[in-house]
Design a protein around this ligand. Structure first.
Ligand code: SF4
Length: 386
């Protein structure tokens, strides 16, 4: 048991959530190499196989950007600016390196700002393509091999196919456990609240995969002991967006009596819904998972011959979640200057509405400073549903 795991289940999740990165600091003191990453598009399996500890980077929604804007233009999305601000103020001094993927302009165009100012010993930009045809899969395999080579050079250790397969199995198990935990949200009312779930999701991405799985198992055991209460009639909400990693917005929704029962967030369902297939060349399975199975707005999923078939390929999983988790309202919480998510709002909104769920679109900052204004709109929306 680590110094940071003196509780069980939700209590441990709360600690890792409130003291984000504390476990990574402990591991660093033990001699481990810690690599930060910024997106669901970073293949954690490869980092685990390299023997480094991947930690998803978060900002601080309660803190204003005071230093970062001297380095980054203010049209960069507020999430990226806030995390960079945290990093430049010294929150991530325990990092040995960082990985950024070719995703959106806010990440791509700031790669050199991060690299040149943080000056970490290891740096890698994964040049993911934006289309999913067969040549793109071949290209992805090549850039993943390049990623593997840079990690081998950095750690001084070869990464064998067997080690990659082992890491894939560990992360698939981690995803399965998290999906099992999500299942407790299907009941009415859900057995785990949206705020509790957010803390588990955030805690899980700050830990090595084995510790993350142990934490989720403990939370599952704790939740299993809860007794179902009589059904409520409140709104069942799905939260959709990129990196929403703080409970503030969830508490604003659940404070009205509604339940956040599902998400389509890049730290949530997008991380956990699709496994990596074990293929003879393990890099093939990783390439297919991150390029074809992971549905993000910066990857064009060219499946189907008609507009409707294209929509089904891109958003079909959201419709499935709406049905399985009995969602009756979706909140699209999109950050300002996030073009990829912003562009697909009209199509996504009408697609979700066609399933019968109501939709509220909010464009906001990565900050609690604007939450009071958002709350009024959220309350008005939830009154329509309840
Ligand atoms: S919120 Fe949008 S712009 Fe910002 S990092 Fe995510 S995808 Fe990119």
């Amino acid at each position: 048991m680590t110094a940071f795991q003196d509780g069980k289940g939700l209590a441990t999740a709360e600690k890792h959530y409130s003291h984000y990165g504390a476990r990574a600091k402990e591991l660093k003191a033990e001699g481990k190499k810690i690599i930060g990453y910024l997106s669901a598009l970073c293949p954690v399996e490869i980092m685990t196989a390299a023997g480094v500890v991947p930690i998803r980077m978060v900002g601080n929604v309660s803190e204003s950007i005071t230093k970062g804007d001297a380095y980054m233009e203010t049209i960069v999305c507020p999430f990226v600016r806030n995390v960079f601000d945290s990093a430049i103020k010294g929150r991530y001094t325990f990092l040995d390196g960082m990985v950024l993927p070719h995703q959106c302009d806010s990440i791509d165009r700031t790669n050199d700002v991060w690299r040149d100012n943080l000056k970490l010993p290891y740096w890698h930009f994964i040049n993911f393509p934006h289309v999913t045809d067969d040549p793109s899969i071949e290209f992805t395999k090549e850039i993943l091999r390049l990623f593997i080579n840079t990690l081998e050079d950095f750690t001084g250790k070869k990464i064998s196919d067997e080690t990659i397969v082992q890491a894939i199995k560990l992360h698939n198990e981690n995803r399965r456990l998290m999906r099992d935990l999500y299942d407790f949200r299907k009941s009415n009312p859900p057995l785990i609240s949206g705020a509790e779930m957010m803390k588990v999701l955030v805690a899980a991405m700050s830990l090595p995969v084995e510790e993350s799985s142990a934490l989720i198992k403990d939370v599952i055991e704790e939740i299993k002991k809860r007794s179902p209460v009589s059904p409520g009639k409140s709104a069942r909400i799905m939260l959709i967006g990129d990196q929403v990693d703080d409970v503030a917005i969830i508490e604003a929704i659940e404070g009205t009596g509604a339940s956040v029962v599902m998400d389509e967030l890049s730290i949530g369902a997008k991380m956990y819904w699709e496994d990596v297939d074990i293929t003879p060349d393990p890099v093939q399975g990783i390439a297919e998972r991150y390029l074809r199975k992971l549905k993000i707005p910066t990857t064009f999923v060219g499946e189907g011959n008609t507009y409707q078939e294209n929509l089904d390929a891109r958003f079909g999983q959201i419709k499935q979640h709406i049905s399985e988790f009995k969602v009756n309202g979706a909140i699209l919480f999109i950050y300002k200057y996030c073009d990829p998510y912003g562009f697909e709002v009209p199509a996504m909104k009408s697609y979700i509405e066609s399933s019968g769920a109501k939709v509220l679109y909010l464009e906001d900052e990565y900050s609690t400073s604007t939450l009071a204004r958002m709350k009024t709109r959220i309350e008005a929306f939830l009154e329509m549903i309840a």
